[in-house]
Design a protein around this ligand. Structure first.
Ligand code: UD1
Ligand code: UDP
Length: 365
């Protein structure tokens, strides 16, 4: 029997790793261990509860004003004795967070094999997203198994000289998760408040957008709201106090914009499904929206998820106030433009990525 340890720490990693945890647990050829770093606390716990995943280890590292330094060093120090004690045959990490990077580095130092889920995404600009582009490239250098969500991600890895036998295209486990959350019967008390208005879902949290770029986004949204009475915005806000300060300074007491606590993933996905369009700087939402057929204005300068742009669902609008205002207004007033962007397409596989990863490791580990 092989011992696999899945390590994750933030909300998006948890959403995309929990389906994989549960797939491993169903397979008797593996002993499955889960270690959470606790880089996020409440936002991580929400996801663990939904997927009924109980970690074997919790490094519990989150601090209110954590820095890249404190996250990295706390993980390295705290995970070392656990890895030395458990000696897993492989550690699985996900994506591009500091949890992903520090855990991979610790595994590399101890000579433990690394499997990278959601490998090969690239912007090739290490400043954007920061520090995620560095994290994901760094993990690729030391990972033994690369689970690429798309052919394009595989091509990036091949072009960088990674061995073809280490790369497997599986689709994205985000779709595995999405298959379990969306329900036609779903309802929520907030739907009454939305009434017949066009629902806009907003999320924003990126580190490189904190400050002026985020102020620009929020000012543009406020202008559009003021000019369009049939629009309501729901903003489940990230727990980061810096994000909360900017939002409260700019949105104040807007009547048709509700800032609410982060939604549980089942709620959030069903709110996306009900929405007219999505405004975000998130990565994961760019994977989910195309299969729901919801136009997304991506308030960033770069994206590592060009598949959704090619499919026509995503548009990169940057962080300039005028441009966000213009593109947002266009989707509210130009039906042809809206219809072009709201065609459902799913470049991220058929929702079996977790099963494929388990199968691949069964064959190759
Ligand atoms: C992290 C990831 C980012 C990912 C994002 C998902 C890095 C460098 N960044 O960024 O790639 O897109 O998670 O949301 O790994 N906080 C809470 N409770 C929580 C979660 C966060 O209070 O449940 C607050 C804390 O004050 C914390 C702050 O948010 O210090 C920032 O969290 P952190 O993980 O450092 O950065 P994110 O912007 O969340
Ligand atoms: N999400 C959620 N509740 C919310 C907002 C987002 O469950 O209130 C989910 C969303 O569906 C996606 C993931 O969180 O799966 C995205 O996480 P986030 O934007 O924090 O990080 P990123 O993907 O940018 O790394």
């Amino acid at each position: 029997m092989k011992k696999v340890m899945l390590v994750f720490g933030t909300r998006p990693e948890a959403i995309k790793m929990c389906p994989l945890v549960n797939a491993f647990k169903e397979n008797e050829n593996f002993q499955t261990l889960v270690c959470v770093t606790g880089q996020h606390r409440e936002m991580l716990q929400q996801v663990l509860d939904v997927f009924k995943v109980v970690p074997d280890y919790d490094l519990d590292i989150m601090k209110k004003e954590q820095t890249l330094f404190s996250i990295t060093t706390s993980i390295l120090d705290n995970i070392k004795p656990i890895l030395e004690h458990e000696k897993p045959d492989i550690v699985l990490v996900h994506g591009d967070t500091t949890t992903t990077f520090a855990t991979s580095l610790a595994s590399f130092y101890l000579g433990i094999k690394i499997g990278h889920v959601e490998a090969g995404l690239r912007t090739y600009n290490v400043q954007s997203p920061f520090p995620e582009e560095f994290n994901r490239q760094a993990v690729s250098i030391i990972s033994d198994f690369n689970f690429a969500p798309t052919e394009q991600a595989r091509r990036h890895l091949l072009n960088e000289g990674h061995h073809p036998e280490k790369i497997f295209v599986t689709g994205n486990t985000a779709i595995d998760a999405l298959k379990t959350t969306i329900s036609k019967q779903y309802s929520n008390d907030l739907f009454e408040w939305i009434g017949n208005s066009k629902l806009i879902m907003l999320t924003a949290h990126r580190r490189e957008n904190l400050g002026i770029p985020m102020e620009n986004m929020f000012k543009a949204i406020k202008r559009v709201l003021d000019e369009n009475q049939d629009v309501k915005v729901i903003y489940p806000i990230h727990k980061n106090p810096m994000v909360r300060k900017i939002a409260s300074d700019i949105f104040g007491t807007e009547e048709r914009l509700k800032v609410i606590e982060p939604l549980e993933v089942i709620d959030f996905h069903n709110f996306l499904k009900k929405s007219y369009l999505i405004l975000t700087d998130s990565g994961g939402i760019q994977e989910e929206a195309p299969s729901l057929g919801k136009p997304v204005l991506v308030m960033r300068d770069t994206t590592e998820r060009p598949e959704g742009v090619e499919a026509g669902t995503l548009k990169l609008v940057g962080t300039d106030e005028e441009n966000i205002y213009k593109e947002f207004t266009k989707l509210l007033t130009n039906q042809e433009e809206y219809s072009k962007m709201s065609l459902a397409s799913n470049p991220y596989g058929n929702g079996t990525a977790s099963q494929q990863i388990v199968y691949i490791l069964e064959q190759h580990l």
